[in-house]
Design a binder for this molecule. Structure first.
Ligand code: ZN
Ligand code: ZN
Length: 412
């Protein structure tokens, strides 16, 4: 269980520095007569066509349509300035500048809203897949080659895209997480048909440091504070940063006590240090890392469709289940605090890639794609009531939100 005192302390920290780093939408302290403005933009990937559509949340106005090659997986950068549209089967990653940025002015941040744009940068590979950011660097893992491209966000935005390419091992559905000057990377089985065996640390040259840590079938990762967590078939691995340039340390924690299931998708808390993972088809698990890693499994009424954390309200996470109910999870209590019907049922029977809703959080709204109805539903994080819809062409599917609030004023 996550203690209340800690959450209070974390909240204070978040209000001071968290908004900038995580784009969470907290109001930022500013000079007394400054105007404050909030601006949130959502990006929606189509389920059938290679297109990403952008919308501004406050008025639902279109903010750009970006033609790409294939229905994309979407990952945003931590700053929210960049969106990666990964198209594995075509070997490409399109990069979109979201147009929303914050400039740090010490005691406050200035909000800048520009047009979103598809950048000229071409990231190509054999079968690019997971994009993971950490320690100010972004690592793109190429499942088709096993290579890792390592680069800074600023290079992508400035048109100076010169990734460092590391070759930590053979091709597999893998991942790489930057931690300081090191990376944590997945390790394939010698036989490509067998599940991935674990994780290892590599240095800046891609050379292994220390032993491989067992993490069968490793899939899914998230960062919270300076820790990374990874999902395994028999538990999780927590990676802690090394001190003074030393390599991070990896620790496997079993989850057998939680019963049938395993963690393969993770989200990391921003203002509080915790992870939320899937566990079997009808549960989620709150993971509190520490000397004694704590697990709180929360059973859902039906099977899980998607889940998201609330960066502005650190106690809150939201889970949509196949009966069309949206559940507010109280992370601290480890319970479902509230539930509301928000869509028609979306059965989890059928193909895992069938069009089903996905959710993201933008300020005090949950934005949820409803592919069958061709809309994004905006839902209050406070009441779970729908406050509006945005009609979207095609079949809205993957969704990412960016934005926050900041000062809008002239600087001499
Ligand atoms: Zn300013
Ligand atoms: Zn994957």
């Amino acid at each position: 269980m996550i203690s209340l005192s800690r959450s209070t302390r974390a909240l204070g920290l978040c209000a001071a520095v968290g908004a900038l780093a995580f784009g969470t939408g907290h109001s930022i302290p500013a000079m007394a007569d400054d105007a404050h403005e909030a601006h949130y933009r959502l990006f929606v990937g189509d389920h059938a066509d290679g297109v990403v559509r952008a919308f501004d949340i406050h008025d639902g106005a279109a903010a750009g349509t970006f033609e790409i090659d294939q229905t994309p997986a979407l990952t945003r950068s931590e700053s929210g300035r960049t969106l990666f549209a990964v198209q594995g089967d075509t070997g490409k990653v399109a990069v979109i500048s979201t147009g929303i940025s914050f400039e740090d002015h010490g005691d406050h941040a200035d909000l800048k809203v520009e047009d979103a744009a598809l950048l000229d940068v071409a990231i190509e590979g054999v079968k690019p897949a997971h994009v993971v950011e950490g320690s100010g660097r972004i690592a793109l893992f190429d499942d088709g080659s096993g290579d890792v491209s390592l680069f800074a966000e600023s290079g992508v935005l400035d048109g100076n895209f010169e990734p460092r390419i590391l070759k930590p091992g053979a091709a597999h559905h893998g991942l790489a997480a930057p931690m300081g000057d090191h990376l944590v990377v997945s390790v394939p089985h010698e036989n490509a048909d067998e599940p991935r065996v674990g994780l290892k640390v590599v240095d800046a040259d891609g050379d292994q440091v220390g032993e491989v840590v067992s993490c069968p079938g490793v899939h899914g990762q998230a960062q919270s504070a300076r820790l990374f967590a990874f999902g395994c078939r028999d538990g999780i691995v927590i990676a802690s940063p090394g001190t003074g340039g030393e390599a991070p340390t990896l620790r496997h924690v079993p989850t057998a006590d939680l019963g049938e299931g395993n963690v393969s998708t993770l989200k990391g808390g921003t203002a509080m240090t915790y992870f939320l993972g899937n566990y079997g088809p009808s549960s989620v698990v709150v993971i509190e890392p520490g000397d004694e890693t704590g697990f709180t499994k929360i059973d859902l009424p039906t099977r899980r469709v998607d889940f998201a954390l609330d960066p502005a309200l650190p106690r809150n996470a939201y889970v949509l289940t196949e009966d069309g109910q949206l559940h507010l999870i109280d992370i601290v209590a480890g319970t479902i605090a509230q539930s509301a019907a928000v869509t028609e049922p979306y059965s989890m029977d059928g193909h895992w890639r069938d069009p089903r809703p996905r959710l993201a959080v933008a300020g005090d709204r949950i934005a949820l794609t409803d592919p069958r109805e061709g809309v994004v539903r905006l839902i209050s994080t406070e009441t779970l009531e729908e406050t509006g819809t945005i009609e979207i062409e095609g079949t809205p599917y993957t969704i990412v939100t960016v934005g926050g609030s900041g000062a809008v004023h002239d600087h001499e």
